[in-house]
Write a protein of this length. Structure first.
Length: 305
């Protein structure tokens, strides 16, 4: 066995990472995040790409057996290790501590159920558990059945307006609270189209140059009677894992608590279950448990303070 390493390069290694994470995904045993987690962040406007060159791959021959990477903030470190190669955990941990971002001693290891061996190593290196939570999933053996409230409808894929979608995300993620009203950021640049500020969460860029493994045809958008977008729920369909990876989900403030998000998730369920999906991601918010989500993956945040 000859183990070699290389630094991650977006131009050449996206498929390597995607295939590796899909291949070792284990819903029951865990072992870290699903494949869309990394690619979604890498193509999002909110992630700092300046340190991607610090992410590292481990190979046994031509087979990827390990990956250390960051998301946001850049000081948060994630690990993916192929079963049978747990012996690489100490080397990967040491690499992360020595070479990956640790500004003002803020480096954290984001670990998961199935990575208990990494937790033991982290504790030996002086890390302690800061918090943990359940990232809930919906099991498609159950039924999700929330209908759209009166006055709203689903937007057909062929009719999607990227600008309206960017506006929905702007307000849906409360970006207006610190950046101002959306209309103040929509000046047209003849060479670039809409200015970057209008493309919050990379919506407009995604429509022009979508991430290679994205499946925007399965996204759900809900509009009101005036055709203004009220709720958006993205979807990465991973058939090899029978996984409906929902990301992101938002509702504009004035239409919250009306059942739109529940209806959007129900629409995902109705569309993807016939395709073979067995489960759908959600999050840690109590909302998910309230509508029927159950056990998913458990996050553990470790830091040296």
């Amino acid at each position: 066995m000859t183990i070699i390493t290389k630094q991650f390069q977006k131009e050449t290694d996206l498929d390597l990472v995607w295939d590796f994470m899909v291949d070792i995904y284990d819903r029951e045993k865990g072992g870290g995040v699903a494949a869309p987690f990394f690619e979604y962040a890498l193509f999002s406007s909110w992630m700092d790409k300046s340190f991607v060159h610090l992410d590292r791959l481990w190979f046994d021959g031509r087979k990827v057996v390990g990956f250390v990477f960051h998301e946001a903030p850049v000081t948060d470190v994630y690990f993916k290790i192929r079963p049978g190669y747990e012996f690489l955990a100490e080397e990967m941990t040491d690499y992360a501590m020595e070479h990956m971002s640790d500004f003002d001693d803020k480096q954290r290891f984001m670990l998961f159920n199935g990575q208990e061996y990494l937790m033991e190593i982290a504790e030996k290196r002086g890390f302690t558990l800061q918090y943990d939570y359940e990232d809930r999933q919906f099991d498609f053996s159950k039924k999700l059945n929330y209908e759209l409230p009166a006055g709203f409808h689903f937007v057909k894929q062929a009719d999607v307006d990227p600008l309206k979608l960017a506006k929905c995300c702007w307000y849906g993620f409360d970006h207006h609270l610190d950046k101002g009203e959306f209309e103040n950021w929509t000046a047209i640049d003849e060479s670039q189209g809409w200015t970057p500020a209008t493309s919050y969460h990379g919506i407009l860029e995604d429509f022009r140059n979508p991430p290679p493994h994205s499946t925007y045809e399965y996204a759900v958008i809900i509009a009101d009677e005036n055709e203004e977008y009220a709720c958006y729920s993205g979807m990465w369909w991973v058939p090899q894992n029978h996984l409906a990876y929902m990301e992101p989900l938002c509702t504009v403030p004035w239409y919250r608590r009306m059942g739109l998000a529940s209806a959007a998730l129900t629409e995902h369920y109705r569309r993807l279950k016939p395709l073979g999906a067995t489960h759908m991601t959600g999050g840690g918010d109590p909302f998910y448990e309230k509508i029927g989500y159950g056990k998913g993956i458990h996050w553990y945040c470790y830091a040296r303070h």
